[in-house]
Design a binder for this molecule. Structure first.
Ligand code: PHE
Length: 474
């Protein structure tokens, strides 16, 4: 059975869908905390530089490979390399990565859903209590929430690219922007809010150590959904009138803009809760910030807003993050969906049910990793620590493999597909591309320093994560 390739209906639809993928928990929570801990404005500057100097060319290349081949990573790498087995295998990593990321991202999205349900029903005080989160992540109700989230994802994806992904992005993204702005306006009226803004923006260059710079690049890479096969797959749905370079710029600007705005929400809230807080002591993980620290901040609002008012704000916040998470989850599951449709001739419906069942089983394992089942909780050990099933999936597929996928893409585009073919594809929809300085920069950077840098980051992360050894002294 041959399936007609689907397309986004417009450039705006594509940009919103890609931005929907890029804007996620990383922007709303990960970025503000990273920035506050690591030099405020100095971090912002380095981050913005990395977005445009290193990430943007990779993003453009992913979209171009997708549009040229109208395929997901496996099909794309194969068709541009004369069916090379080796590149097919690289493409396969590009499909496996999003499938596995979906597993742990699903766990977090299910938690967010649970938090919405609990705050709506008046249980904010429970979530803010010392035992709240620990009990919550071991609650059997989570499996019910998992079914609801899977049903939402299925509802969006089964409708296809134009009527599912694009439509959802057109509703959820504007809603997210409005909610974010409303939250910022509200938070800025709280006492001591300005202390948080200052901490976020005023640069402290002494904090910029090599490991902070490394962290900024990793954060930018994953915030833009690079190395996950997503932009290749979404690229395969772009029509041939679309100007890829401009669209990619808009996606990068939107993603960075949301991350920056989220900083104006999170840090003032943290400072208004505790003016003496030292952001360096904030936990490293977005998870503990969202699920244990923020509920306390929301509960403290009851002094001025009453319990109901505080609960409304909390629900509103978790809904905002939930919207961001759903559009990311949808994008990441679409990669293996598209693989099963184009490589294995599945219908969209069948591909989705296969993935929701297999992914669902792994998600159950990951959910059981927080104490419910010892086998999954103490799954293995490396780098001197016991790791749960969830930790393993997170460490391999989220924290480590993305730069490797980025490296493979740069090498593939520059030395296998070849730069003149990339230029020819990018000139479609952008007649001024060939000969422009953007072309020169993209071609030069993708063939030289970008793959070198992302390879170093990959090797350093493997050494650190799995062997507790630092290759470059950071
Ligand atoms: N860019 C997303 C974020 O910032 C990361 C992501 C995208 C995660 C897609 C999963 C799926 O959170």
């Amino acid at each position: 059975m041959s399936t007609q390739q689907e397309h986004f209906s417009s450039r705006l639809g594509f940009i919103l869908a890609a931005a929907g993928s890029a804007v996620g928990i990383g922007n709303l929570v990960g970025f503000p905390v990273n920035a506050a801990k690591n030099g405020g404005g100095a971090f912002l500057l380095v981050y913005a530089l990395f977005v445009f100097i290193i990430c943007l060319p990779v993003m453009i290349a992913e979209m171009a490979v997708g549009r040229k081949t109208e395929k997901q990573p496996v099909g794309a790498y194969k068709s541009l390399s004369n069916n090379s087995r080796l590149w097919g295998a690289a493409g396969f990593i590009g499909v496996l990565t999003p499938f596995m990321i979906a597993v742990f991202y699903m766990v977090i999205t299910v938690w967010l859903f649970g938090y919405i349900a609990l705050t709506v029903t008046g249980n904010l005080d429970y979530l803010a209590s010392a035992q709240g989160f620990g009990e919550f992540i071991n609650s059997p109700y989570l499996f019910g929430a998992m079914i609801v989230v899977a049903a939402i994802v299925n509802f969006i994806l089964v409708a296809g690219v134009k009527d599912g992904i694009e439509k959802a992005a057109k509703v959820l993204m504007p809603a997210l922007f409005v909610m974010l702005i409303l939250m910022v306006v509200f938070v800025l009226t709280l006492d001591n809010a300005m202390a948080g803004v200052k901490f976020f923006i005023i640069p402290d260059f002494s904090k910029l150590t090599p490991s902070v710079v490394n962290g900024a690049l990793s954060q930018a890479f994953f915030s833009l959904s690079l190395g996950m096969g997503i932009l290749i797959t979404y690229g395969s749905y772009i029509n041939r009138q679309t100007n890829i370079t401009n669209s990619a710029k808009l996606v990068a600007i939107t993603d960075t803009g949301v991350a920056f705005t989220a900083g104006l929400m999170i840090l003032p809230a943290v400072f208004s809760f505790d003016p003496a807080v030292n952001p360096e002591n904030l936990s490293d993980s977005s998870v503990s910030l969202i699920f244990t620290f923020l509920p306390k901040i929301f509960l403290a609002l009851q002094a001025s807003l009453g319990y109901v008012g505080a609960s409304v704000i909390a629900t509103f916040f978790f809904l905002l993050v939930f919207f961001a998470a759903i559009t990311s989850l949808v994008s990441i599951i679409e990669v293996p969906v598209s693989y099963l449709i184009t490589e294995k001739q599945n219908t969209r419906k069948k591909a989705l049910s296969t993935l929701l069942i297999t992914g669902g089983i792994l998600t159950v394992f990951a959910t059981l990793s927080f104490g419910m089942v010892t086998f999954f909780t103490e799954f293995t050990t490396y780098a001197g620590g016991t790791k749960s099933f969830f930790d393993v999936v997170y460490d391999i597929f989220y924290d480590t493999i993305l730069p490797l996928n980025g490296f493979l893409l740069c090498v593939f585009v520059s030395y296998r597909w070849k730069k003149h073919n990339l230029s020819a594809e990018l000139a479609v929809g952008n007649e001024n591309y060939v000969g422009s300085w953007v072309e020169k920069y993209v071609n030069f950077s993708l063939g030289t320093f970008i793959p070198f840098i992302v390879l170093c980051i990959f090797l350093n992360t493997v050494a650190q994560k799995f062997f507790a050894y630092s290759l470059f002294g950071f």
